[in-house]
Write a protein that binds this ligand. Structure first.
Ligand SMILES: [Zn+2]
Length: 277
């Protein structure tokens, strides 16, 4: 499943390729699951809209659109969540349409943006079909923009394990399992610790660690952008070397203690019992 750094990388790659282009028409598949807005609303917002910008909001890809009508300009947004297996492809029409293609946006440049998702946990929606609609916002705070004081305020006093709190999308938007484990390791905090038991100093460290792991992963992902967006295949990202995630039983890279795995709220959590308290 793509996590925040991958979504950021994909959004930047899409922006480079399609900003300034205009969506002329949209084709939608017959499977209803991927569509969170009605086909009519999707067509209304997307067709004849210029793509101003593509950016990440939480784990969503947002296309900011503008439509120049006879009377006035209308702003809209195309919001895509990749789910487990979703991909956005920028391609030319001669490229075979992959199985599990749910949407094709045809662009004025002659290219197409295709949404392909075999497992159908991904979602497409639009904002702006009705004049009153506000622009799309993720439910929680943006982790890369959150200030230390705000971060501390979000987490202090919570009775849940800190790992669960990090994954709670209503607090921070877009932090997934891998980067939560990696951030907790760097901050020296065990995933099962109650958020309320952490000191201000520990929360400060955790805030810095969350931003650090996400920024490092984004920096690594940058070099593989075009591959991911263009290819119809399996090109992955250069991943951050995981220090704990997925390393159960392997020696801690700092102290050599075997990494432990526990399940917290149904999710695997990995930590070093020596380095993390
Ligand atoms: Zn260790």
């Amino acid at each position: 499943m793509p996590e925040l750094p991958e979504v950021e990388t994909i959004a930047r790659g899409l922006h480079k390729q399609v900003a300034g282009d205009t969506i002329q028409s949209i084709w939608l598949g017959e499977k209803p699951e991927p569509l969170k807005s009605s086909p009519r609303d999707i067509a209304k917002v997307l067709e004849q809209s210029k793509i101003l910008r593509v950016r990440r909001v939480g784990k969503h890809i947002v296309f900011d659109l503008t439509q120049t009508g006879k009377k006035r300009e209308r702003q809209g947004q195309w919001v895509v969540h990749l789910g487990m297996t979703g991909k956005m492809q920028v391609t030319t029409p001669d490229v075979d349409i992959a199985k599990h293609t749910h949407a094709i946006a045809r662009l004025a440049s002659g290219r197409e943006v295709r949404f392909v998702d075999p497992r159908r946990f991904g979602r497409l929606a639009v904002v702006g079909a009705r004049p009153s609609a506000a622009s799309f916002q993720a439910p929680g705070d943006e982790p890369l923009e959150s200030q230390a004081e705000r971060f501390i305020e979000l987490f202090r006093g919570r009775k849940t394990p800190i790992k669960s709190a990090l994954l709670n999308q209503k607090l921070l938007s877009g932090v997934g399992n891998i980067y939560a484990d990696e951030a907790l390791f760097r901050a020296g905090i065990r995933p099962r610790r109650r958020a309320a038991s952490l000191t201000r100093d520990q929360l400060h460290k955790l805030h810095a660690a969350v931003q650090e792991v996400l920024r490092e992963a984004i920096a690594l992902g940058g070099s593989s952008v075009s591959d991911y967006v263009n290819a119809d295949g399996e090109e992955g990202f250069f991943q951050l070397q995981h220090r704990v995630y997925g390393r159960e039983g392997e020696p801690c890279l700092v102290c050599g203690t075997p990494i432990k795995r526990v399940v917290i709220a149904g999710r695997s959590s990995h930590y070093c019992s020596h380095c993390q308290k």
